[in-house]
Design a protein around this ligand. Structure first.
Ligand code: SF4
Length: 291
């Protein structure tokens, strides 16, 4: 059935940094180990996803295998849609070598007895364990819209389901209060040209036979801390300007880009705040400071 070059997550990684995308695709083993905190965040994402499925009970899981067999998932999704299944979890779609797996898709009610005659419309729900809708989430939705709509699925609306941080549980968990459901259809539609351009750009990156030459910078921190953060910093000295406590990131990278990397490289007259000055003095003296 062919294969895919990009997925939702690799697209987002590629938008952040071409090197991130390339490493993720071809040098997965070099990825930083997950911290306990990151593991907990991933687990929370899975838990929230499963909880959100209960908003649309009785659905059918369309993925196959663990780890997922994408070709089987695509086939199963197509079968379930053909058979008239109303709610699918983890439905797979592929277009232009991009794979998108949708958290929840729900056949929209038509309010008419002629339902079977018309092409069904679908509401798409993407579940996030965040408490707001960020630009990265909109880009994710836009990519998903691009794939699904181009495979011929008729999309009525596109929603993000995320956590309502104002909800206070009293007694039974109330999913309708725990979650916020917000339409991002218009934003997703407006980004289709952007998605198309970037899909082509990122596919080209993946056809290269070398790791893209991208230096570290503020982009490594946003929208998410890159999963190759330590890999790209393995040649930094043990103590560098990145060890300054409380110094703003843009100032650190400003120094880095000037070639001032080791603490010893800092010119004597470089303006540092009181704490950083003290930190530098302690480093240079090699003597502990107890205050
Ligand atoms: S750490 Fe930074 S430069 Fe390296 S791959 Fe990640 S985003 Fe790109």
């Amino acid at each position: 059935m062919g294969s895919h070059l990009l997925s939702k997550s690799s697209f987002i990684k590629g938008l952040q940094c071409e090197k991130h995308l390339y490493l993720y695709k071809y040098h997965y083993d070099e990825m930083d180990d997950l911290s306990e905190m990151q593991k907990a965040i991933f687990q929370r994402g899975t838990d929230v996803g499963e909880l959100a499925q209960q908003l649309f009970p009785g659905g059918t899981i369309a993925t196959e295998g663990n780890p997922p067999d994408y070709d089987k998932g695509l086939k199963r999704t197509a079968e379930l849609i053909r058979e008239g299944t109303s709610v699918l979890y983890e439905a797979s779609f592929r277009y232009n070598e991009v794979l998108a797996i949708s958290d929840i898709i729900v056949r929209a009610e038509e309010g008419s007895s002629r339902r079977s005659e018309a092409k069904p419309e679908w509401n798409i729900y993407e579940v996030k364990s965040s408490t707001s809708v960020s630009d990265a989430i909109i880009n994710d939705a836009a990519l998903q819209y691009y794939v699904l709509s181009n495979t011929g699925l008729s999309i009525k609306d596109f929603f993000i389901i995320y956590i309502n941080n104002q909800y206070v549980r009293q007694g039974e968990l109330n999913l309708n209060e725990l979650f916020v459901i917000e339409s991002v259809l218009e934003q997703a539609k407006q980004l289709q040209e952007f998605v198309e351009e970037n899909v082509e750009r990122l596919k080209k990156v993946l056809t290269k036979n070398h790791i893209p030459d991208v230096d570290i910078g503020e982009h490594c921190h946003t929208p998410y801390t890159c999963s190759f953060f330590n890999y790209c910093r393995k040649d930094l000295p043990e103590y560098s300007i990145f060890n300054f406590n409380g110094m703003h990131l843009n100032k650190k990278y400003e120094l880095y880009n000037k070639g001032i990397i080791k603490l010893d490289d800092i010119p004597d007259d470089y303006p540092l705040n009181k704490n950083n000055k003290l930190q530098l003095e302690v480093y240079k003296s090699g003597e502990p400071l107890i205050d």
